[in-house]
Structures are given as structure tokens and as C-alpha cells.
Design a protein around this ligand. Structure first.
Ligand SMILES: Nc1nc2c(ncn2[C@@H]2O[C@H](COP(=O)(O)OP(=O)(O)OP(=O)(O)O)[C@@H](O)[C@H]2O)c(=O)[nH]1
Ligand SMILES: [Mg+2]
Length: 265
């Protein structure tokens, strides 16, 4: 984010108790690489919560191994069956709040979301007193993998424009899956009560941020393709993502009246 230098970014990160929630399904190759990078960030107050849906490739057991050798900085939430990205995040975010996080980060395990953006995202969240800092592909300075063919770019930007249009969202990257949440704001948007099972979880929470009158800030990121493992995107997930904005438009979800708008940290 413009105007935030490395020193300020580092100190904002070091001041906050950060839990990074990482959902995994068959991410054996990618997870150790990500965890190593996360634990190398310049703060000892950051921990990682892996949410594994009983991956057939043994990612859950591997995560347990990582937990054993990282002095309590990695923990694992094991779930019995694959229920979708949205359900995994809902469970993981709820657990992160119980763990006493004051910033909850959500990111994919496959290396698509750059760890180097975490410091500026937490700095932007803190400096702007925002509810959420979005790692954004669609603001100046951000982008998608240079190797993406034109039709994939069109699909990604088209899906984003569709969602923004149906729901009237002003955030430039409404389908982003890389975000840093202020814990109090995350409580207000209630991830455990979402309708979405799959990737539309991202859109649903973006919509709840607006419905609850909270503010978001966007930090440019470069999204890169996974180098290991395979995508979990299925036809069912895509159909849910297509229909969900219309369901959300009609939804009656409102923040609880007792919910307090977050103030400066
Ligand atoms: N626990 C859990 N994690 C999931 C599930 N579905 C996807 N994930 C994880 O969510 C993250 C995003 O999934 P991806 O398959 O990378 O989806 P994508 O980024 O849209 O697809 P690619 O661009 O092909 O990588 C990864 O860390 C997955 O392992 C699920 O049902 N349960
Ligand atoms: Mg991915």
C-alpha cells in the first residue's frame, strides 16, 4: 500500500497477535513451503492454523508433524469430511477467534497468495482502522499470473465484475481469497452462519462487510498459479458461485444490533 514503508509494516505486524488460517485438501507438496515462509516473517506473534478435511494424500498427518516441530506456532483443525472451502474457513476462523487472535488472515495453501503481502496488509488494516484488508488483484499495482491465457483472465475479471454488479460492491476484488481481518470485525460478520459451502464464501463475507457498515482497504497483490497439486474447483462449486450473488441480494442477514463497530487498535 502506498505510503507504508517496510519499517512501519513490520512493526504493525509485530504488535498484532496474528493467526493465519490455511484450508487444505491434498496440499502435501505446497503446505510445508508455505508454513516455512510464514514462520520466517519478522514476528513471533504469528501462528498458523491448518484446516484439513481429511485429505486422502495425508496432508493432515503432515500438518501434525509440522505442528510438532514448530514450538506451538502451527496447529491443526482436523475435519472428518470434505465440506468445501467455505465450511473449512468458517470452522477455522471461529477457532482462530477462540485462540485469541486480534488479526485473522485467510490464505490458500498452494502458494498463489504471496506471503510478502502480509506485512503491508496488516499495516494497512491497522493504519486505516479497517475491518478487513483485501489482497487485491484488481487495483493498481496488483495482477494475475503473467502466464494466464486471455480466456482465463477474462473469466476471472468477468466473475469479479458479475459479482460486483449483482451486489453493488465497490471493492475492486470481490472474489479475493487473501484477506487480513480485524478480529472484532470478523466476529460481526459471523463466518459460522454463511450460506456458502464453497468459494462464494469470499463474496458472501465481502457482502456482509458492506451490509454491516464496515470498511475495507485494498492492498495490491500478484496472484501466481500453483506449481504443485491440483485445483479443487468443481462444477458444483462454480454453479454455487454463479447463483450465490442473487441469493445474497435477497438475504436478510444483518449484523446483530449489539455488534460494535471496530475502533483503532
Ligand atoms: N479444508 C478444505 N480446503 C479446501 C477445500 N477446497 C479447497 N480447499 C483449499 O482451499 C485453497 C484454494 O483451493 P484451490 O484448489 O487452490 O482453488 P483455486 O485457487 O481456485 O484453484 P487453482 O487456481 O487451480 O489453484 C487451497 O488451499 C485448497 O487446498 C475443502 O473442501 N476443504
Ligand atoms: Mg489455488
Amino acid at each position: 500500500m502506498n505510503g507504508i514503508n517496510g519499517t512501519n509494516a513490520s512493526s504493525a505486524l509485530a504488535r498484532r497477535r496474528v493467526v493465519v488460517v490455511v484450508p487444505t485438501y491434498n496440499e502435501r507438496e505446497s503446505l510445508p513451503v508455505l508454513v516455512r515462509k510464514l514462520l520466517a516473517l519478522p514476528t513471533a506473534r504469528l501462528s498458523v492454523l491448518v484446516v484439513d478435511d481429511n485429505s486422502p494424500d495425508g496432508t493432515g498427518a503432515l500438518a501434525d508433524e509440522l505442528a510438532r516441530f514448530t514450538d506451538g506456532r502451527v496447529s491443526v483443525l482436523h475435519r472428518r469430511v470434505k465440506e468445501g472451502l467455505g465450511r473449512a474457513y468458517a470452522a477455522g476462523m471461529t477457532r482462530a477467534l477462540e485462540m485469541g487472535a486480534d488479526v485473522v488472515i485467510q490464505m490458500d495453501a498452494d502458494g498463489s497468495h504471496p506471503v510478502s503481502a502480509i506485512e503491508p496488509m496488516v499495516a494497512a488494516l491497522t493504519a486505516n482502522h479497517a475491518a478487513v484488508a483485501v489482497g487485491s488483484r484488481y487495483v493498481e499495482g496488483g495482477g494475475v499470473d503473467a502466464a494466464w491465457p486471455w480466456h482465463r483472465r477474462l473469466l476471472s475479471s468477468g466473475a469479479n465484475a458479475y459479482v460486483r454488479g449483482v451486489l453493488g460492491l465497490t471493492v475492486h476484488d470481490a472474489t479475493a481469497g487473501f484477506k487480513a481481518w480485524d478480529a472484532r470485525a470478523l466476529q460481526i460478520v459471523e463466518p459460522d452462519t454463511v450460506l456458502s459451502n464453497g468459494y462464494s464464501f469470499q463474496v458472501e463475507l465481502a457482502h456482509r462487510v458492506v451490509t454491516a457498515g464496515l470498511t475495507s482497504v485494498e492492498v495490491p497483490i500478484h496472484f501466481v498459479d500453483r506449481t504443485e497439486g491440483r485445483s479443487k474447483m468443481s462444477l458444483g462449486v462454480q454453479l454455487e458461485s454463479l447463483m450465490m450473488p442473487w441469493r445474497l441480494r435477497r438475504s436478510s442477514w444483518r449484523a446483530r444490533p449489539s455488534a460494535v463497530v471496530p475502533r483503532a487498535a
